[in-house]
Design a protein around this ligand. Structure first.
Ligand code: F6P
Length: 415
């Protein structure tokens, strides 16, 4: 195959993770190794929005030392977006613009780092470019703390968030048991419609410092049933810790915050979650007399690079590198995915999943990994999640605080 010469653009999309920038480092460092094929490496400001606005940076101008620091830097260094492209059959204006920008800047490699919605964006762009005979390799680079991308054993970002949730749960568990009169704690964990991350509170339980009850969106959630569960434990030992996914829904299909107020909706139609713990804690305090606290882990769980999983950092970097290699070898309209080898020792390999098979599907926690009562996890989950949280971050420090990457962000597009 003759090499496709041209420029590469990389974008980050959706909610950040503690390791999404490690994938960026992998993409940039690998792309720079092929100057005979890839001339310029661009970073899109705020994902696809930056492509549409011709707002992107020349990554070649960045200091290689700062690029190295990306693996210990949370957030999305280039900026992110939650922007839904129209269906090209209904409205192709934005696709025409993307094609125009790609032609103008000779973009032949488009790598997009995101979750479900971003893979859909990637797939639509790949198909449009192909239909319009513009040769460009489009690769989806996976990431999401929700761990719900279809077809892959797990997603970069999940292991670090799970390690943070498990560790924090253990720490809070100890703190919550100090008073003679006891306490009820409701811990709210992200993950939207999938309970993978909330389930990681079970890792704390596995260590003996865990919640008494864990509720996931995969099983229907009835506040009255929770009250019964809580009352029973509370009457026995005055201390109750509950881990709940932000995505649990009542039997009539409402998220918990919707029980008390209207919730905002994003471009993809996803309801803005958050506030579940407070609503449930208020409900419990009306019914039970004891002291209680609602703790929403919120952005802490996806930005805690100081507690990232070493395995996750390495794997995020690896998908970045391998995405570039796959594109150079001719792959397009695919996402890099992980396959886990069977056996005692944790080992993975990467493979390419057609984007059409990934887009708009959600992988949820297998129901058989959840206990009969729907308020805890079985050992299969522990076996699955433990290898993903192994290894420590090697974050650079300056005066006792993290030293994050600083980018110059030299404009390359004509805004
Ligand atoms: O990207 C996934 C995620 O972190 C979900 O777990 C969460 O529900 C959502 O993003 C929050 O979105 P935002 O950052 O737009 O508030």
């Amino acid at each position: 195959m003759t090499a496709l010469k041209g420029n590469l653009i990389f974008g980050q999309s959706g909610g950040p993770t503690a390791v999404i920038n490690s994938s960026a480092a992998g993409v940039f460092e690998e792309a720079f190794k092929h100057p005979d094929i890839i001339d310029k490496v661009y970073g899109a400001a705020h994902g696809i929005v930056g492509v549409l606005n011709e707002d992107f940076y020349d990554i070649g101008q960045e200091d290689p030392e700062e690029i190295k620091l990306l693996s210990g830097t949370p957030s999305s260094i280039l900026g992110s977006c939650r922007y839904k492209l129209a269906d090209p059959e209904q409205d192709e204006r934005e696709y025409k613009k993307i094609l125009e920008v790609f032609r103008k800047y000779n973009i032949r490699y488009f790598l997009y780092n995101g979750g479900n919605d971003s893979m859909d964006t990637c797939d639509k762009i790949a198909r449009y470019l192909e239909q319009n005979d513009y040769e460009c390799r489009v690769i989806g680079v996976p990431k999401t703390i929700d761990n719900d991308l279809w077809g892959t054993d797990h997603c970069p970002g999940f292991g670090s968030a799970a390690k943070f949730v498990a560790t924090t749960t253990m720490e809070v568990f100890l703190d919550s048991r100090v008073y003679d009169r006891g306490m009820i704690i409701v811990l709210e964990i992200m993950g939207r419609h999938a309970g993978w991350l909330a389930a990681s509170a079970a890792l704390a339980q596995y260590k003996g410092y865990g919640p008494d009850l864990i509720y996931l969106p995969e099983r229907g959630f009835d506040p009255k049933r929770m009250l019964e569960d809580v009352s029973e434990i509370y009457s026995r030992n005055r201390n109750v810790m509950i881990a709940v996914s932000e995505g649990v829904q009542t039997p009539d299909g409402r998220f918990i915050p919707e029980l008390v107020s209207e919730v905002a909706v994003d471009a993809f139609g996803h309801k803005q979650l958050g506030g579940t713990a407070q609503v449930l804690a208020n409900y419990l305090s009306e019914k039970l007399q004891g002291k209680n606290r609602a703790i929403e882990l919120s952005l802490l769980q996806r930005s805690a690079s100081h507690l990232a999983s070493g395995t996750d950092i390495e794997e995020a970097y690896r998908v970045g590198v391998e995405s570039v290699r796959a594109a150079l070898e001719g792959a397009s309209d695919v996402m890099l995915a992980f396959r886990r080898h069977e056996g005692e020792e944790y080992k993975i390999e990467t493979f390419q999943m057609p984007l059409a098979e990934v887009a708009n599907k959600e992988k949820t926690v297998p129901l058989e990994w959840i206990n009969e009562e729907g308020n805890g996890l079985k050992s299969e989950y522990i076996d699955y999640a433990l290898p993903l949280i192994q290894g420590e971050p090697r974050q650079e420090k300056s005066e006792g605080l993290p030293r994050f990457a600083r980018f110059k962000k030299v404009q390359a597009g004509k805004r």
